[in-house]
Design a protein around this ligand. Sequence first.
Ligand code: NDP
Length: 304
Amino acid sequence: MKSLYTLQDLQNWREVADDVHPPIRLSVFGDPVAHSLSPQIQNAALKHANIEMQYARFFVRADELREALQFARDWQFLGLNLTIPHKIAAVGLMDSLDEPAKKIGAVNTVRISGAAVEGFNTDGEGFGRAIRDNFAIDLRDLRVLVLGAGGAARAIAFHCALERCERLVIVNRDLKKAKQLVDELRSDFIGPRVLGPVARLEAVPWDESAIRFQLANLDLIVNATPLGLQPRDPSPIAARALAPHLMIFDTVYGTGKTGLVRAAEEAGARAADGRLMLLHQGAAAFEIWFDRSAPLVAMRDALK
Ligand code: NDP
């Protein structure tokens, strides 16, 4: 098996995949995708569960998604993961969507059943399980601030609403997008549950003093922007704007600590990067494809 396939490979799949055993029936489509750890995790799961198939990476550009999906169906792939830049575009290419994918407006998991291509979103579920796994706490009753208003932030925000978190603050560079997300969530946050003079749900500008003003009324801060993907990226929030009582979760992960995790540690706060979110969204995808629980220990070991 190659470490990276392309649309051209799918066009000649019979020849390309002829000598690959077990056969490739699952994959991740993205651009970029070479860094994806999903093959490592899913292949460990497949092996552990004695399922005779493999999971591969495909470099698929934005304008190639429709054709690549068609080939995946023709070649009887069982499922896919979608990453940058396909999650939103895929919504219009699915035959059906699950409730989270519909609400979020993004698909990260595809199940192919015969001719039907079904879209799911496991990012929110993966996030909730990662928070429990990292910090031994449920989202319920937490006061959460999310940085970002893109696909990942939307998945996280809707999941916070589903798990009835106490308070939700959305911070985004483009404040209009944060406000729009808040409007979509409004009906989930009716009722004055929070003590003190703060709103249960609000959009706040990307501004250090505005974020500092929120600190006393927060338990968890989540980075759902790509800041931290590049080793030279600054932390989205400086250590001086954090506090020791906070839990800090960075959806980004890399080979070393992200800037936000370093800033959190400097401030004396508990911190975790996005590895366990990757693990748990992958486990949720496995459960969708195979209708059985995922071999989490084997997947976790593969991630290490
Ligand atoms: P999107 O492109 O949909 O959204 C990006 C968001 O980040 C937008 O809100 C954007 O703000 C903001 N942003 C982008 N660049 C900057 C910057 N330089 N400074 C401040 N804000 C910025 O991406 P996704 O939501 O799909 O993904 C975001 C990140 O989440 C990914 O990079 C990935 O690392 C992580 N992720 C991790 C997962 C995991 O399993 N661990 C799963 C999914 C995502 P604006 O609207 O103003 O442009």
